[in-house]
Structures are given as structure tokens and as C-alpha cells.
Design a protein. Structure first.
Length: 364
């Protein structure tokens, strides 16, 4: 096998590995850049709300971070043109732009100042409706991409498309497994994308159809207007994948009052195809003094077993020192666990934590 073909076969193998091991995507991009004399490569995932995720090679990470922070994607003619065209093979972006459009494009201005010149792009449309753009760029000094080089990357494109679909399917299955696991402990739950689109939900959530309402575009709303305003605000502010919020929903004749919890789904920074960003779970507000089991607290708040045991013990009203002594751990270790519990539950005082935990009960 000629060395060029061998290189591409090796990269194809690495592409499929990255579908399962997300931290390998930057290495895949570096390898593809090496056979195309590119400065770097990047992958961008867009939904109806705009850019939701991106991953690049380390050498342009500073530029990507800057562009992500500025949020100029909607005002970029280059980006919008590619999202509209959805090229099924790699194309030179500049072939579809005027010189004036390139000169005023905020993304291209930043890229040019960084030393980036020619861009090529191809797209994959995901079953979810997201559009994934694969982009490679050259330094100014290396000129434009010629057709033989574009052909080499086109040879990789079917593998990139298949790996994208595999990775997306895996993430969907993970989201489904998450909500079904919570169903087993009596918690209505859903996994949302960053945009608020529902990716997966369980039947207990369906049973609360008078509480959770579907919206256009596959989103979710709460029937109570005040609670829904808080829900939509929390979703909109989840840009850093750090939303932690508990929202009270008043009781109705047929059900008790609820607490709707929003928690971030932790994911690898390189997981460009991560479907789920936000976990939504509902718990019943009970007037009893019963404390939920550690397994429920663990499933709801992503607590480790040790953190869940400590949280359940603190919810009985005992002090941190008493719980540490009874558990046979140092107070310093208990305080470390407590700090993590505060972070994961969105609380900052023990009294606030206890009130939240004692209002948290499964259905049924």
C-alpha cells in the first residue's frame, strides 16, 4: 500500500476510535492536518440556537476560546453560508464568498490576525437536526488548498460522517440510560440539550403532562408561569455547562407540590457529539421528616457514595462533627465532602442543604 494511502487508512482507524474515546478527536484533527498541510482543524456543532460545542487542535485553542467567548457566529457570513450550503464534500469557503464579505467577517478577521488564511469545510447533518462542520485552515504563508489535497480530505470524509453518527448514537443511548436509571428510583427525569431540546425522558415524566408541557422545536416548559420563567432562565444561562437550580412548582388537586431540579451533565471537554447537557428531575415535596435514601440523593445530584451518605446523615439534623465521628472519618475529610455537596446541589449553607434534601422524595 502506498505510504499516502497507508497514512489515510491509519487516520480512518483513529477516527473510529475517537467516536468511542472523545479525547482522541484533537489527535485525529492533527493527523488530518498533517496530510493536507493545514495549520489546524476543528469540529463545530450547531443547532437552531447557534454554536453549541467545538473542539480543535491545541495550537489554535486560544483562538477558538476567543471566538467562543465573543459569540460572533451568527454575524459571520462565512459560517452562515456553510450552514446554509451544508457541503457534502470539502469545499474552499472563499469560493462561496465575496472579498467584501470576507473582509468584514468577524470570525475571519480574528482568524487572519492569528495567522490563518484559507479555509475548507464539509458538513454532516445529524439525526437530531444539529449540523456538524469539519473545518481545516492554512497559515497565510501556505496559500490556498488545491484540489488534490481537498481530495485527500474527501477520502476521510465518509469516515468522519460515520464516526459522527456513531458517537451521536452512543450519547443518545447514554441519555436514555440516565433517565431510565432515575426511573428505577422513582424520579421523573429528562435529559436536555444546551438549547433546551428534550433528548430523552422517562415515563414518570410523561405522567406529569399537566406539569411539563412540550414546546415548539422539541423543548420543554412548565405549566406554572412563574416556575417556567425560572426554568427557561436556567437553561439560557447554562452556557458554561454549570447550571444548578431547584425550582418550586405549586401543588395541584391531583398531586403534591414539586421541586424541579436542573443539574449539569458532566462531559469530556472534547465530546463534540455530546447530546445531553442538562438533567431535569422532579421530586415530590413531602411534609414528613423522612430523609431520602443515599441512592436517591446520589442519582439526583450526581453525588459519590460517600457524599450521598454524608448528605443523608446531615439531613437528619446532626452536626458535621457528629456525622464525621459516627462515620469514622476525619472532620477535614467530611468538610471536603460537604464542599463538593454544596457545589453539586447549588447550596452554600448546611441549613439550606438540609431543607432541600428533606423536600426531595421520589414518586410512588
Amino acid at each position: 500500500m502506498p505510504s499516502g494511502a497507508q497514512d489515510e487508512a491509519d487516520i480512518a482507524d483513529r477516527i473510529y476510535e475517537a467516536a468511542f474515546v472523545t479525547e482522541r478527536w484533537p489527535g485525529v484533527l492533527e493527523a488530518a492536518s498533517s496530510i493536507s498541510n493545514s495549520a489546524s482543524g476543528a469540529i463545530f456543532a450547531f443547532d437552531d440556537s447557534g454554536l453549541v460545542r467545538a473542539v480543535s487542535e491545541p495550537n489554535v485553542q486560544a483562538l477558538l476560546d476567543e471566538l467562543m467567548a465573543e459569540g460572533n457566529w451568527q454575524r459571520s457570513d462565512c459560517v452562515q453560508r456553510m450552514l446554509s450550503l451544508r457541503p457534502p464534500s470539502f469545499v474552499r469557503v472563499d469560493d462561496f464568498m465575496t472579498a467584501e464579505e470576507i473582509a468584514r467577517d468577524p470570525v475571519r478577521i480574528r482568524s487572519s490576525a492569528f495567522g490563518i488564511g484559507s479555509h475548507i469545510c464539509s458538513s454532516v447533518v445529524m439525526p437530531s437536526g444539529e449540523i456538524v462542520l469539519f473545518v481545516f485552515q492554512r497559515w497565510h504563508r501556505d496559500g490556498i488548498y488545491d484540489q488534490p489535497v481537498i481530495g485527500r480530505l474527501d477520502g476521510l470524509r465518509p469516515h468522519l460522517a460515520r464516526a459522527s453518527l456513531i458517537a451521536s448514537r452512543l450519547r443518545l443511548e447514554q441519555a436514555r440510560n440516565t433517565v431510565q436509571a432515575l426511573r428505577q428510583i422513582g424520579l421523573p427525569a429528562a435529559v436536555l440539550r444546551a438549547s433546551g431540546q428534550v433528548l430523552a425522558h422517562n415515563d414518570l415524566l410523561e405522567d406529569l403532562s399537566e406539569v411539563f408541557l412540550p414546546t415548539a422545536g422539541g423543548g420543554m416548559a412548565l405549566a406554572d408561569a412563574s416556575a417556567n420563567a425560572l426554568l427557561q432562565q436556567a437553561i439560557a444561562r447554562n452556557e458554561d455547562n454549570g447550571v444548578v437550580r431547584s425550582i418550586a412548582v405549586p401543588a395541584a388537586k391531583s398531586r403534591p407540590a414539586l421541586i424541579v431540579h436542573l443539574l449539569p451533565l458532566r462531559r469530556d471537554a472534547h465530546d463534540i457529539f455530546s447530546g445531553g447537557d442538562i438533567l431535569v428531575a422532579a421530586t415530590a415535596v413531602s411534609a414528613s421528616a423522612l430523609v431520602p435514601s443515599p441512592s436517591i440523593l446520589s442519582g439526583l445530584f450526581d453525588l459519590s457514595p460517600a457524599e450521598a451518605r454524608l448528605a443523608a446523615a446531615l439531613a437528619t439534623g446532626r452536626s458535621l462533627g457528629e456525622v464525621a465521628n459516627e462515620s469514622g472519618i476525619a472532620v477535614k475529610s467530611a468538610r471536603t465532602y460537604l464542599d463538593r455537596i454544596f457545589q453539586k446541589t447549588g447550596t452554600n449553607r448546611q441549613g439550606q442543604l438540609v431543607a432541600l434534601l428533606k423536600s426531595t422524595h421520589p414518586f410512588g
